[in-house]
Design a protein around this ligand. Structure first.
Ligand SMILES: [Zn+2]
Length: 398
C-alpha cells in the first residue's frame, strides 16, 4: 500500500463510491464546492454544517479538506464575492488551502449513510430502508468468444462499466463450450475459411451492466471482439428491491414505553440545548422504530404505513404532528387503533452520528495516510431552551 498522502481526487473517488453523486436528489448540490483535486488531502475535518465557525476550525487545524453533510451553496449563485456571507467562506477556504466537499441526499440514502448511522444508535434488528430507492436497472450481457480473447474482452467491458456488483468489480461468469459456424461468400472470418464449417473452443462470458451504459458496453464489446460477427445475448433484469433508501426502520430487542425510548434517544444523540421531545401517549409501548436523519416529516405517513410504533426525525410541524398522534387511520392491523408516536430532535443531532461512521470509513480506506477530525462544534442553531412556566434558563454555556 502507498504511504503517500492521498490527493483530494483519491479521497473524493472513495466518497463518490460510497455516496454516488448520481443518487442525490435532482435539486441537491453535492460534491466539491472549492479546492483542487490534484492537491494532497492531508488533514480532513468532518462536520454537518459549513458555517463560519466550522471553517475557522478547518483552517486552524490545517485541514486540506472540509467535508460537510449540508452543501454550502445549495441555492444557485452567480458569484462568490468576498463581501457576501457564503462568498467570504469560499474565499477564506481557498486562501487557506481548504477544499470543501458536500455529501448530502446521496449520503442520506446510502448504506453507511446518515439514516443508517442514526438507526445504529439504537441497536435495531432487521434494519431496512423506510422508503427504498428504485435500484438502477441492470442488463445482463453474455458474449461468446474464442478463449484466448476472453481476458481482453473482460478488460474492455469492465472499462465501459460492466461487471460492477456492490463493492466488487470485474464480476464475470464463464462457461467453456464449442462454437460452430460456416462463413458464407463475402465473409472475412478471423478463424476458419469461407464455405467450411468451423468449430472453435469458445467461452460464454456473462457480466451485468447498468442499463444506462448499454450502448457504451456494446460498443466496447464489438471493438474488443476478434470476430467479424459477434454472437451475444442481452437480457433486462426486472427491478429489484434496493437496500438504499430514505430513512430506516428496525425493531428494538424488546418493547419500551415511549417515555423510556425518548430518554434513550436523548442519551444516545449528541447533546443540544433543547434535546428531544415526543408526541404520543408516554406509556404506549414502542418496538418497531422508524428513523430519518434531518427533516423527515414528509415520510411520517410511510412510517405509519410500515407499522412503526414511533418515528424519530427532525423539524416536525404542528398540524401534521397533531394528525399523526391523534388520528387512527388505516385498516392494517399493525397500526389500526393505535396512533404512531413521534420524536422530534434537533436536525443537526440526527445527522451528526454519521460523522464518526464516515471518519471510520476514511481511516479504514487510507489508514494513517490521513488525519481525520470530527468537528466538536454543535451547529444546531438553537442556543436557549426554557420550558414554559419554569424560572431557570438552560443555555449552551451550561
Ligand atoms: Zn440535514
Amino acid at each position: 500500500m502507498s504511504t503517500a498522502v492521498p490527493s483530494l481526487a483519491e479521497v473524493i473517488a472513495a466518497l463518490d463510491r460510497w455516496y454516488p453523486p448520481s443518487t442525490a436528489e435532482s435539486w441537491d448540490a453535492v460534491g466539491l464546492t472549492c479546492g483542487d483535486p490534484a492537491e494532497p488531502a492531508g488533514r480532513i475535518l468532518l462536520a454537518v454544517d459549513c458555517v463560519p465557525a466550522v471553517v475557522d476550525e478547518a483552517v486552524s487545524m490545517g485541514a486540506g479538506l472540509l467535508i460537510t453533510h449540508h452543501p454550502l451553496l445549495l441555492s444557485g449563485v452567480h458569484g462568490v464575492p468576498a463581501d457576501d456571507a457564503k462568498g467570504s467562506m469560499v474565499h477564506r477556504m481557498i486562501r487557506a488551502g481548504v477544499a470543501h466537499f458536500a455529501a448530502h441526499t446521496n449520503a442520506d440514502i446510502a448504506r453507511g449513510g446518515v439514516s443508517e448511522a442514526l438507526a445504529g444508535l439504537f441497536s435495531l434488528a432487521e434494519v431496512t430502508p423506510l422508503v427504498p430507492s428504485a435500484r438502477a436497472s441492470l442488463d445482463q450481457l453474455s458474449v461468446y468468444a474464442p478463449r484466448a480473447a476472453v481476458p481482453s474482452l473482460i478488460d474492455a467491458l469492465t472499462a465501459a462499466g460492466a461487471g460492477e456488483v456492490g463493492n466488487y468489480d470485474r464480476c464475470t461468469f464463464t462457461v467453456d463450450g464449442t462454437g460452430t459456424f460456416r462463413p458464407l461468400p463475402g465473409a472475412d472470418p478471423a478463424i476458419g475459411d469461407v464455405g467450411t464449417v468451423t468449430s472453435v473452443a469458445e467461452t460464454r462470458l456473462s457480466m451485468v451492466l447498468p442499463r444506462a451504459v448499454r450502448s457504451r458496453v456494446l460498443a466496447a464489446m464489438y471493438a474488443a471482439h476478434p470476430y467479424e460477427e459477434v454472437a451475444f445475448e442481452l437480457t433486462e433484469q426486472p427491478p429489484l428491491p434496493s437496500d438504499l433508501g430514505t430513512g430506516r426502520i428496525g425493531r428494538l430487542a424488546a418493547p419500551l414505553p415511549l417515555r423510556e425510548f425518548t430518554q434513550l434517544v436523548a442519551q444516545r444523540l449528541p447533546r443540544t440545548v433543547w434535546g428531544v421531545r415526543a408526541a404520543g401517549e408516554p406509556d404506549q409501548p414502542v418496538q418497531l422504530v422508524a428513523v430519518c436523519g434531518g427533516s423527515g416529516g414528509g415520510y411520517a405517513e410511510a412510517a405509519r404505513a410500515a407499522g412503526a410504533d414511533v418515528y424519530l426525525t427532525a423539524d416536525l410541524k404542528h398540524h401534521s404532528t397533531v394528525e399523526t398522534v391523534t388520528e387512527r387511520t388505516g385498516t392494517v392491523s399493525s397500526y389500526a387503533g393505535r396512533p404512531m408516536a413521534l420524536i422530534d430532535a434537533a436536525h443537526w443531532a440526527t445527522e451528526a452520528p454519521w460523522l464518526p461512521v464516515l471518519a471510520g470509513r476514511l481511516s479504514e480506506e487510507f489508514s494513517e495516510r490521513l488525519t481525520i477530525g470530527v468537528s466538536e462544534l454543535v451547529t444546531d442553531p438553537w442556543t436557549l431552551h426554557q420550558p414554559s412556566g419554569s424560572a431557570e434558563p438552560s443555555s449552551a454555556a451550561d
